[in-house]
Design a protein around this ligand. Structure first.
Ligand SMILES: [Zn+2]
Length: 263
């Protein structure tokens, strides 16, 4: 081999190495490997949705968590925020979108965790009517969600309740992704699905108002609240919802592209 040939060969090897570096960045593998085992243990302990997934789905769930935490800041207001708090916020975000691999929330920058429920002036102490557990994108708070930290924790440990403040607020974001908060997540469903969904929604709201429903009465406030309230129920107690409101359960299965009752 002449000197020129050796130089050409060396340059060729360098080019192959450089090409490989750019073409196969292995970003996905790096991220999966980066999911801390301590976080995995927290998910196993606190998040029953995660525990019911297969191994490969758990990996996809973890990727969703990392992706969310890369994009959204989580801040405690008068409260310390630890890994468990961050993971519970991220899990609340990942669960409703789990049937849509690769999708994420574009309109959210920050989640504030309050020490308790709050009132309409965002006061948590010495205030009356502290009955708000969560809120997203209200006046003057574009891109921000507020959650009561104790309510967020309760949402994950209290298996007897169909309520889940985290899922509730993230479903509001999905509902609004098409520009309107109307209980119709047009970003998620096909057009022919809209009319039957609206019809069922109005019937169920009427049943709640007439006291003939097991759904949380807050769901009868309006269509947007109805959609968030029944979504909490769907993800929290799917078997119960499927039993008591089979038609509603089936529609939510289609909307979220998730089969939770195993039937
Ligand atoms: Zn709401």
């Amino acid at each position: 081999m002449s000197t020129t040939q050796i130089i050409f060969f060396a340059v060729f090897l360098l080019l192959v190495a450089a090409f490989g570096w750019w073409v196969f960045p292995k970003k996905k593998n790096r991220k999966t490997a980066a999911f801390p085992n301590a976080w995995r243990l927290i998910l196993k302990e606190k998040v029953s949705f995660y525990n019911q997934l297969s191994a490969s789905e758990q990996t996809r769930f973890e990727e969703g968590i990392l992706q969310f935490l890369d994009n959204v800041r989580i801040t405690g207001v008068g409260e310390e925020v630890d890994d468990t708090d961050r993971l519970l916020v991220a899990a609340s975000a990942v669960i409703p979108l789990f049937g849509f691999p690769g999708w994420h929330y574009r309109s959210l920058n920050e989640v504030l965790l309050y020490e308790s429920a709050f009132n309409e002036d965002f006061k948590t102490r010495e205030a009356e009517e502290r009955n708000i557990l969560g809120m997203v994108g209200g006046t003057g708070m574009t891109g921000t969600m507020i959650l009561s930290k104790p309510s967020l924790h309760r949402a994950f440990y209290d298996q007897h309740s169909s309520q889940h403040v985290g899922i509730h607020e993230f479903v509001h974001l999905l509902d609004r992704a098409d520009g309107t908060a109307d209980g119709i997540p047009e970003a998620l469903v096909d057009q022919p699905f809209v009319i039957p969904w609206v019809k069922l929604m109005h019937q169920e709201i009427k049943d709640i108002r007439e006291g003939e429903s097991k759904i949380n009465p807050y769901g009868s406030t309006n269509e947007a609240e109805f959609f968030s309230v029944v979504s909490e129920y769907f993800f929290k107690q799917p078997d119960k919802l499927a039993n008591r409101h089979p038609e509603l359960y089936e529609m939510l299965e289609k909307i979220f592209r998730q089969d939770l009752d195993g039937k």
